[in-house]
Write a protein that binds this ligand. Sequence first.
Ligand SMILES: [Ca+2]
Length: 240
Amino acid sequence: MKQLFSILFFLFCLSLFSQEIIVSNEHMLYAGDKVFIKTIITDEGSYIVDFGNDSQEVASKDKDWFNTNYLTSGSYVARLYKIVNGVQKIVAIADIKIKEKPRFIFLVSVNVQAYSPIKSSGKAWDNTFGGIYPDIYFTINRLKNGGEIVSSDIFPRVSQEMLPKDLVKSPIKIPILYMEQGVRVDFWDEDSVTNHDYMMGWELPAYSFQDIQNLTLTGLLLEADGYKVLLKFDFLEGQN
Ligand SMILES: [Ca+2]
């Protein structure tokens, strides 16, 4: 019984005085990105956190948030040292894995959830022999220099009842650089006889790499004038 109490007391002391290093944006760590690191220090002692990339900072109970970056991909170890009588003693470590920054992002889904049932002129999308529904496709162009990145397949006669409709059959590869410079996405009704009818478009502004990472988590909902389209992006591990 006495031994059990000793063990419990030991564990209690350990929890009270244990120090930790936590890497906050752990799910996506790319070379060159800002990496947030938090130390958990429960006493008033002097500490040094070594990020494992040749940089160190003083840490304490009151200074516990840090950011650093790792310029090349690979495995790193961050260490927290406590300074006791001038001697550094490791009290916590954290493994940090840095991935190569991808050069491409993939558009994996373009989900049309709503579109205006009539053209801006007030007429149905197609004439009587073509049916009243639009034959939808989309294009993506660079904002800079206007070059076309993709023109999708045509999805014939997409009725309101068919919604939501995904217009991506296989992932579309887009250079990160283009996303960083900005792109625009436009939706069209294909017409074989006359000019294609313009449906709706959006300008996607210049993104930072951090914004692009967020897109892969949250997608991008485009909405205006009766149109609603959800774009989903992914880095598709191993395809860069
Ligand atoms: Ca048409």
